[in-house]
Design a protein around this ligand. Sequence first.
Ligand code: P1T
Length: 382
Amino acid sequence: MRETTRAVHAGENPFSPGRVGDVVSPIHVSSTFARRVIHKPTGGYEYSRSANPTRDAYEKALAELEGAKYALGYSSGLAAGANILLALLGKGDHVVASDDLYGGTRRLFLKTFGKFGLDFSFVDAREPANVESAIRENTKIVWLESPTNPTLKLCDIREISGIAHKGGAIAVVDNTFASPYFQNPLSLEADIVLHSATKYIGGHSNVINGAVMVSDEGLHEKLRFQQNAVGAVPSPFDAHTIHVQLKTLGLRMERHAQNAQDVAEFLEAHPKVKRVYYPGLKSHPQHELAKTQMRGFGGMVSFEIRGGMEAAARFLKSLEIFLLAESLGGVESLAEHPASMTHASVSREDRMRAGLSDGLVRLSVGIEDSGDLISDLDNSLK
Ligand code: P1T
């Protein structure tokens, strides 16, 4: 099945045990499941933190989207990320990560896990040799975003996964920006895929959610143990909501990408714009890599406005269709200022090193009419 078909039918089976022919998975709200005898849970379920039929159907759908054997749902993208570290790392272990990451991920690494004796190195992963030279004997994970948040840098997932494996580590790819519709890191030899399902998978800015996809049995067992041990799981209502919304992933992503391409080309030709970051532009330094590891270039566009922070603030205040808000991946277009919003927790020095200037504006291009979006940007630039 192609991606669009898979998204519609993933995780659904109207004839599976417990179903009555209903074409969408029902919401099982029970926190616990009664059994007749002590050793035999009825229908395989015991307690909804450990497993729940609605979450199971959603997790099956997530696995199918990424071409994985297994998927695990979480209460947020950061909970999903924390679960990976909790499941796989111990005191003294080391992680090599790309230097341009969602600000909250960097904060989770340094401020939360840093307290427990874990060590992190941040490198420019556009150059695989930088990852290779940062790997140490105690490196357990190479953690990548591709494209990165917010400057849309790419890394060669296949080559870096090989480098990680040679160094005795695993490769984790945060695939939030690309979405499973446009990129599948497991097929490029990565070991674990992570999503903030709050974004394109959910697609409607109404649920906070996270997902982890994996095919290796041993890794899956460790992740599943930790998912239950910590319990940062989505409610059956959230699992159901996202499961329904992900059925339109294909339609949405095609429109996001077409609109983003139009917006990026408009911005690139505008005299008040210094630079545009979008992997679908021929001017993107890794456009050729994007064509080999992605099936489309996604809906995120960042650009540097001439005039720095002050110009960015004035531009963002003037927008009428684009809403000034954090987050991304919803049907409505959003704009934000990474330096003062999503990446405010990153030190100025680290921001500058990753190319995240004060004049950088990030757009999550929605599925509205692209002519309307471009008029809004044009008016605000004026
Ligand atoms: O917000 P949450 O569902 O916990 O996901 C965290 C997260 C993880 N990875 C990436 C690449 C992300 O972009 C995010 C969340 N990002 C935003 C809220 C944002 O505006 O960039």
